[in-house]
Design a protein around this ligand. Structure first.
Ligand SMILES: Nc1nonc1C(=O)NCC1CCCCC1
Length: 250
């Protein structure tokens, strides 16, 4: 998957490119990550990349010409590198809320150009002219778009075929199949008297699968019942959830 990033702080993205799953994916060429910095398009002596807001008020906005030049170059590069027109995304609290389904859509869609805002944001005409979709990672205000951009890129990159070593682990992750994750255990078998559930030591893979599914359903029922609304459970799932509820509130 090809992803272009427009940011004043490209070095922040080393957290993605040099570490872990995404780092390995970049190394293996499963993910191509390229960067454009609006400051490289500044022509004045001070390399200005911000500008004052019409109508006054606190703070600055990203300067239109340097931002647009960076977006346009990233978009052109995407078309040359992939033969496809990219989807240009802007991260802001005004965007569509990112969730696992949205990450899947992004992972299976066209190449992305991700624009990370700074200061108080960007000119609305740049949103209208150059941005295809606005996305939000949650209802809170951060100091820049770089962290939200990394969250979106990480969530989508993990779903690109071949990125995860053990493809199943993406399926078993939280929010796969729309349920919360089950509890996990590793050595030692006893931690201050707290033991690993016997079923996980049994070697009975069918029983283990059912136990994990039951725990995922039960946890979702307890912590995020909204995720179960409107969801049709199959016979096995309904049976396991009923068992969990019975044991939880006999
Ligand atoms: N929440 C969010 N989800 O996606 N982005 C978010 C954000 O809080 N971004 C802050 C940025 C927004 C542009 C101007 C500089 C600050």
């Amino acid at each position: 998957m090809w992803i272009g990033v427009v940011s004043l702080f490209p070095e922040m993205f080393e957290a993605l490119t040099r570490q872990g799953v995404t780092g390995r994916a970049v190394e293996k060429g499963r993910i191509d990550l390229e960067f454009w910095n609006p400051r490289d398009y500044a022509t004045d002596r001070h390399r200005t990349v911000d500008d004052r807001p019409y109508g006054g008020g606190p703070g600055m906005l990203m300067k239109v010409d340097t931002l647009r030049a960076a977006i346009h170059d990233a978009r052109s590069r995407a078309e040359i590198a992939t033969g496809q027109r990219p989807k240009v995304i802007y991260l802001s609290p005004q965007g569509r809320r990112l969730d696992q389904r949205g990450a899947g859509e992004l992972a299976s869609g066209p190449p992305l150009v991700v624009v990370a805002g700074r200061y108080e944001g960007i000119d609305e005409r740049v949103v209208e002219a150059d941005i295809d979709e606005e996305w939000s990672i949650g209802d809170y205000v951060l100091s820049g778009g770089e962290l939200p951009a990394m969250v979106l890129i990480d969530a989508a990159a993990r779903l690109v075929p071949g990125v995860l070593g053990h493809q199943d682990s993406a399926l078993e992750d939280s929010f796969n199949d729309g349920l919360l994750d089950c509890p996990h255990y590793t050595r030692p078998e006893d931690v201050e008297g707290r033991r690993v559930p016997e079923v996980l030591l049994s070697g009975h893979h069918g029983a283990i699968r059912r136990w994990r599914l039951k725990q995922s359903l039960g946890r979702t029922w307890l912590r995020r019942p909204d995720l179960l609304e409107g969801r049709t459970l199959n016979d096995e799932q309904r049976e396991l959830l009923e068992e969990f509820i019975e044991e939880y509130a006999p």
